[in-house]
Every structure is written in structure tokens, then in C-alpha cells.
Design a protein around this ligand. Sequence first.
Ligand SMILES: [Fe+2]
Ligand SMILES: [Fe+2]
Length: 227
Amino acid sequence: MKISRRFSGRDSVADLVMADYNILPVLSRFNIPLGFGNKSIETVCREANIDLNLFLLIVNFVLTGELDRSGSLSLSPAHVVDFLHNSHEYFLAYKIPHIRQNLTNALDAGHNDINPMIISFFDEFVAHLSAHFDYEEKTVFPYIRNLARGVKTDYSIEEFSKHHEEVNESLAEIKNLILRYYVTATPNRMYDVLVDICNCEEDLDSHATIENTVLIPIVGRLEEQKK
Ligand SMILES: [Fe+2]
Ligand SMILES: [Fe+2]
């Protein structure tokens, strides 16, 4: 459930996490160390060298489901790219391997007929996700970093926006397959995997929304300024 309250720099990080535990993976993607005591968001961001406005925009988006579009226009494109890059690493190096491991452990030997299919669906999803991130890492992000430094290349953010596809569909298919057809006498582990898959789907959705509604417009504006 989304809340309506928005947080400011004066609020504490601990209160922020209490408001919605979905903030935890965001803290992890910003590389915020644990042990923040009663420190304010402002202090933690300053100490960890994080753009406060970007941090507030993202946490308030996760909390309320609403993105402050006008506020996003003042953000530095390079800072947004850094955050998205950290998110890619978080998904590929941590979240996805964690889900795959738990999924493998939750499989029931009684289903050896469909188990390989579930794992191969999951691996197809990972391959698709990796290719999607790889394109952004190797083509889109270097273009934006260069543009921010005043170096213009042939690429344009419009090209990215035209080809930016959803990556969540195959994950939703795996979830539906398990939910509808995976009968098991000991479902606890599989329920845990489903919770992880749902969280990951939601995380990937917000990731795409930040790319589409924050990154693309601010880079478009930067392109206009550099013309
Ligand atoms: Fe991305
Ligand atoms: Fe993307």
C-alpha cells in the first residue's frame, strides 16, 4: 500500500525505513551504509556523497507512487545515470542470483517434469534483462556522461526512448506458472520466492519509470541546451 506522506531532508532515515520497508533496496542501491542511528536524510546523504534531491525524488516516488516531475528537471543527468548503473549491478550481481538460488531450492522433486522448464524460463528472463542493461551501460550511459561533459556524439535520447522495452513480462509469466500450476506439499520456500519475484517486478518497474520519466526528459533538455 502506498502512503501519502512525503519525506524531506530533515526527517530521519530510520523513520523513512519504518514508513515502508521497500525503501531498503533503494538504500542499498545508493550504497548507504547501515548503522545510521538517528541521523537525518540530509546528513546521511552528505556523508555518503549522494545528491539529496535525487535521493528524495526516488524515495518519495517509491513511497507515494507519484513522481515529482518538475523537481526532477533540476537533477544532474550524471547523478541519475550513476544511480541507474548501481541499480543494474544490484539486480544482476545480487537480486537475480539470490532469487535463482531460492527458486532452485524451492523446487519439488515430484515436479521433475516441469522443473527444468521453470529454470530455463528464468534463465531466459535473465539473458533478456542482461542484454537490456548492457545496451544502456554500453550505449546510453556513455552518451549521457559525454553529453554532460559537453561532448556530443551521433546518438540521441530519442533513439533510446523509441527502443526502450519492458523487461518484466517473462518474470510475470514465471510467477503465473508457479502460482497456477505448481502444486507442492511444502510450499513455504516457494511462497518466499514468489514474494521475492513480486518485489523484483515492482523494483524493475520503478527502475523503468525513472528511466522513462526522469532520465529521458532531463537528457532531452540537456540536448536542447547543447545544440
Ligand atoms: Fe536500466
Ligand atoms: Fe531500461
